[in-house]
Design a protein around this ligand. Structure first.
Ligand SMILES: [Zn+2]
Ligand SMILES: [Zn+2]
Length: 386
């Protein structure tokens, strides 16, 4: 027996198991950590180091002889300890692939469910941004759009082969689309399958590719379409045009095209759902005495009465003058927020009239020049003593 190593690593600690852990517990702990730190799933360089430690710990603790050395205070992986070279087994060669580890545990044995991948695959969805004015989102529009997607290659109808030629079975993989290799690891023999690099996993090759699409079965094209935008759409909504997206590799069925609505901000109206809001300024006198306003809505002109004694921040509501509802009938409302404007410049006569007016109402008005008085009255006003 070797002299116990002074710097023996804490393999139990690395896997987070007790010294009495069963083989099963060790296996479970390893599998859990491998899922977390394998470089295939965790690109962090620190995770890579950690994964090496986890591998080393599992190699040692899953082997009765090596575990015994650990339990006696030794390190079977230390240089000269009869184990793997410096740095442990993880540093000595390439990592066993994450999927291969999972396969080894779950009996997948590599290749299960894999095989040549089809040349014809469904195409991806495409998305297109469409800017519209409030008037267009509110009442709908037929908008011309330009779509830039892959479409079916008309020369080969998606087959990818030049006229009069055919696909050939890949000689490198015999048409399986993958090559298997057997790796000896501390988990035992691991059979792993990798896509065939000659045929990219298709199992077939194209000896004479279509000259138009170079074998892809599709070509990129710019098309013009008209999309019908219904009344009442909102910013961020998407309209789906079925099968107007990307044609798939090998002429596979096209994905959908989504037209995403972006509503340009309006100069006058802001929109909240189907309601519209706008601000209208009325002079202080009109707010006090009442007045009649003509309000331009999105599609009409309305006359509204501002009641005498209207306060700043008051709101007038014009029913059904907002945006039409996308679903169902009816429309949102238009809210007119009233800003009461106080005159900023008064001539001497106007100022006198206002002071006289204040006097008749018993409202005390401080002269701004008498600063102390002004501030003390303000304080009184805040305290409710005004
Ligand atoms: Zn092949
Ligand atoms: Zn073609």
């Amino acid at each position: 027996m070797r002299t116990p190593n002074a710097v023996a690593r804490d393999y139990y600690g690395i896997l987070g198991v007790s010294r009495e852990a069963s083989d099963d517990e060790i296996k479970r702990a390893y599998r859990k950590l491998a899922r977390q730190f394998h470089p295939d799933v965790n690109p962090d360089p620190e995770a890579q180091e950690k994964f090496k430690d986890i591998n080393a710990a599992y190699e040692v603790l899953s082997d009765d002889r090596k575990r015994q050395i650990v339990d006696l205070g030794g390190d079977p992986l230390a240089p000269g300890g009869g184990g793997a070279g410096p740095g442990g087994p993880g540093g000595a060669g390439p990592f066993v692939g994450f999927q291969d580890i999972m396969d080894a545990f779950f009996g997948g044995a590599g290749g299960a469910g894999r095989g040549p991948r089809p040349r014809t695959r469904p195409g991806a969805d495409a998305i297109l941004r469409l800017e519209l004015d409030l008037h267009e989102t509110a009442f709908g529009v037929e908008a011309p759009i330009t779509v830039d997607t892959a479409v079916l290659c008309t020369t080969c109808s998606g087959a990818g082969t030049a006229a009069g030629t055919h696909l050939a079975t890949c000689e490198a993989c015999g048409g399986r689309g993958e090559v298997q290799s057997v790796q000896r690891t501390f988990l035992g023999q691991v059979v792993s399958a990798r896509p065939c690099t000659v045929c990219q996993g298709y199992g077939t090759t194209i000896p004479h590719p279509c000259p138009t699409c170079a074998g892809d079965g599709r070509v990129r094209t710019r098309r013009s379409l008209t999309v019908k935008i219904p009344a009442g759409v909102e910013d961020g909504m998407r309209i789906r045009l079925a099968q107007q997206g990307e044609v798939g590799p090998g002429g596979g069925p096209a994905g959908d095209l989504y037209v995403e609505i972006h509503e340009r901000p309006h100069d006058v109206y802001s929109r909240k759902g189907d309601d519209l809001h706008c601000r209208v300024t009325v002079p202080m006198t009109a707010a006090a005495l009442g007045t009649r306003l003509t309000i331009k809505t999105l599609d009409s002109e309305e006359t509204v009465d501002v009641k005498a004694g209207t306060q700043p921040g008051s709101t007038l509501r014009l029913r059904a003058r907002g945006v039409p509802h996308l679903r169902g009938t009816g429309r949102g409302d238009l809210y007119v927020h009233l800003d009461v404007r106080t005159p900023t410049k008064l001539d001497a006569d106007q100022e006198k009239m206002l002071r006289d007016f204040a006097k008749t109402r018993g409202e005390e008005v401080a002269e701004l020049t008498k600063q102390g008085g002004f501030f003390s009255r303000m304080r009184d006003a805040f305290n409710g003593h005004a």
